[in-house]
Design a binder for this molecule. Structure first.
Ligand code: FE2
Length: 144
């Protein structure tokens, strides 16, 4: 595996790990009339995100590479920033859309690096399709 593909896949592991914690923050601290909808939706999403994270890390292992496996490495490598304050429900969803779009761009770039490694490209494409659906739904929630 070329070094750039490995680096990008580990960056995805990092971003998905940070996002997993961040969606928990949203799940715990969301308030207001949308509480029941968003509390449940955020739980559904963090469960999905950790499955994708595991799949990418295990794909690295299948290809005889080592995924990063500490929170420090995740924070050093991730583009997604941790939650820094408790926002409104709308601010939470806006931030989530931004983060999902950031990771989706990384997925597309990493897919191109995968070249003829169809197993990796297919895995990343599946995650990208799912994220695009979530982006559409959260934007609909925002009235966009
Ligand atoms: Fe919960």
């Amino acid at each position: 595996m070329n070094a750039e593909l490995k680096q990008n896949m580990n960056k995805l592991v990092a971003d998905l790990n940070v996002l997993y914690m961040k969606i928990h923050h949203f799940h715990w601290f969301v308030k207001g009339p949308n509480f029941f909808t968003l509390h449940a939706k955020f739980e559904e999403l963090y469960n999905e995100v950790t499955e994708h994270n595991d799949s990418i890390a295990e794909r690295l292992l299948q290809l005889n590479e080592k995924p990063i496996s500490t929170l420090k490495e995740c924070l050093d490598l991730a583009t997604v920033k941790e939650a820094s304050k408790v926002g409104t429900d709308v601010e939470m969803v806006e931030e989530l859309v931004n983060d999902l779009e950031t990771i989706d761009k990384e997925l597309t770039a990493t897919m191109e690096l995968a070249g003829d490694d169809e197993g990796t490209a297919d895995l990343l494409l599946g995650i990208s399709e799912s994220f695009q659906k979530h982006i559409w739904m959260f934007k609909a929630f925002l009235g966009k």
